[in-house]
Design a protein around this ligand. Structure first.
Ligand code: ADP
Ligand code: MG
Length: 502
């Protein structure tokens, strides 16, 4: 007796539920374009030289129309290759590079939208092909896909994928993140000068961090190569120590087949080195940075991490820690040498001068002279109305501070420039919502990660201090609030100075 095991066409419906991020989904297409280039490098280099171009991949996204398109001038596919490309789970002939499981284009397309078209033309052929995949129809069993053909010149080569009927919409900061992640992911291709990647028309590039690294007394950069093996699998890369801390920059970028799978701006922070829980804001988490190539390891289905088997990750962490231990020590040292630094006299003078200008301005005098102010009642009502709407949405993050307090932070881009810079709401005794208006004119004056962090810090700590004053001593006296805030402002330095090994 036997039973038949089958994976029906309707499996394709499940792809929309995969754990992709928008940038990892989009990267599937760039992986395909670039891998097709690597597989046909000699032929394409010749064609590019003749045409005075190089590999380019353009990603364009229209949220309103719900269209994502990815266009490249890579080798293209002939009919046989296109037919094979549409089979799920049939790995490519060369499965060592960025094309691995025979899934990416299908899973990423279906995750994004329900109708997608592939049009492709292989170099040297005289026909271009176009095929449309309608997820619902395929899932219902319509698996014979009609192919349109077009006569085209032999020297034309491209693939164009157009995805519509979207399952999700990307907006606001997500669009910025897509750009940032894609720039980071393909840094190796930018370094090698082999690919021009565009997002919404803009050419993406990668800023090297060498000039932000610490130098020793002899002037040498704190940047060291390392390599080691575990179970016959090679790992190599470099580690460095940043001169001035930046939590956003620290951590390792994991590179597989020349593509960052997990890295800046969401770097890998191995627990053994950076501590648990995604890393604290101590010196290691602010300064230790690097890249690690793990080509011999497997990648996850969505190519957003290494697929660690058994205790591989712990082994890699341990070997890495051993290889770079001097740098870990150096990263921990930096601040000690410069302890009590803070801003210089000059920086303080410059800041005071700028503020003095602001205080003495005509605009300030006008503002102080206004004596028609809205009533407390009106202010409260207006704030409640705005807050009520926002609190129903997903916060940017929630911090649970011990058992007593939960802080939900909303960085709002939907508010108007006339709305308050910050709103606090405390609907429950153990909860504070902090809504920061990203469209307030002051927000546009803030520069850099440090500037933003500091602004957010004050907005959030004011809220917590008010909560502490109200809940703990039942007083909203300004001095009480300030004394609580004073305590909060001392937390950061304590974390920096704590010894993570302790
Ligand atoms: N832009 C492209 N240029 C050339 N070939 C492509 C392109 N996109 C996809 N293909 C072909 O389609 C195949 C299937 O792609 P995909 O579903 O991403 O799986 P995989 O990349 O793992 O093979 C690729 O191996 C490649 O042969
Ligand atoms: Mg692929």
């Amino acid at each position: 007796m036997s039973v038949k095991f089958g994976i029906g066409n309707n499996t394709i419906r499940s792809y929309r539920r995969l754990a992709y991020t928008p940038w990892h989904a989009m990267a599937e297409f760039v992986d395909n374009s670039s891998q097709a280039y690597f597989n046909n490098k000699a032929t394409l280099d010749e064609a590019y030289a003749a045409a005075g171009e190089k590999l380019h991949v353009h990603i364009a996204y229209d949220a309103d129309e719900g269209v994502l398109s990815i266009a490249d001038n890579s080798i293209g596919m002939n009919l046989e290759e296109l037919a094979r490309a549409l089979r799920v789970g049939i790995p490519p002939e060369n499965a060592d590079g960025r094309s691995r499981y025979g899934m990416g284009m299908k899973t990423a397309s279906c995750w994004i939208g329900n109708v997608w078209t592939v049009e492709t033309k292989k170099l040297g052929e005289d026909t271009a092909y176009r095929v449309t995949i309608d997820v619902e129809k395929v899932a219902d069993g319509e698996e014979d896909l009609p192919i349109q053909t077009f006569s085209k010149p032999a020297d034309l080569h491209y693939t164009l994928i157009r995805i519509t009927a979207h399952n999700r919409r990307f907006h606001g900061r997500t669009l910025g993140k897509i750009k940032e992640f894609l720039s980071s992911m393909y840094r190796e291709d930018f370094r090698a000068g082999i690919m021009e990647l565009r997002w919404q028309g803009a050419i993406l590039s990668w800023d090297e961090i060498d000039n932000r690294l610490l130098r020793d007394k002899s002037g040498a950069l704190y940047k060291m190569p390392f390599n080691f093996e575990i179970n016959g699998k090679k790992a190599s890369g470099w580690a460095g120590v940043l001169e001035t801390g930046g939590r956003a920059y620290a951590g390792f970028s994991i590179i597989h087949s020349g593509r960052v799978v997990k890295g800046y701006p969401d770097s890998w922070r191995p627990e053994k080195i950076y501590g648990g829980g995604g890393g604290r804001n101590d010196l290691i988490n602010q300064r230790l940075i690097g890249e690690i190539h793990l080509d011999d390891f497997d990648v996850s289905h969505t190519k957003d991490d290494i697929l660690w088997y058994n205790d591989e990750e712990e082994q890699v962490e341990a070997k890495l820690e051993e290889a770079i231990k001097d740098y870990i020590a150096a990263a921990r040292q930096v601040k000690k040498n410069r302890s009590g630094d803070g801003p210089s006299e000059g920086e303080i003078d410059a800041a005071l001068a700028a503020l003095k200008q602001e205080l003495l301005s005509k605009e300030m005098i006008d503002l102080i002279q206004v004596d028609v102010v809205p009533s407390e009642e009106d202010i409260k009502n207006a704030r409640h109305a705005i807050a009520a709407e926002i609190i129903g949405t997903e916060p940017d993050f929630i911090a649970k501070i011990g058992e007593q307090l939960q802080v939900a932070i909303f960085i709002e881009e939907g508010m108007s420039l006339n709305d308050p810079y910050v709103i606090y709401e405390s609907a429950k005794p153990d909860q504070v919502c902090v809504i920061i208006n990203q469209n307030h004119p002051h927000f546009s004056q803030i520069e850099g990660t440090e500037g933003v962090a500091n602004y957010f810090r004050h907005c959030i700590y004011d809220a917590i201090a008010e909560w502490q004053a109200a809940r703990k001593v039942g007083s909203i006296d300004p001095d009480t609030i300030k004394s609580f805030k004073d305590g909060l402002l001392r937390v950061g330095i304590r974390i920096e100075q704590s010894d993570p090994a302790a």
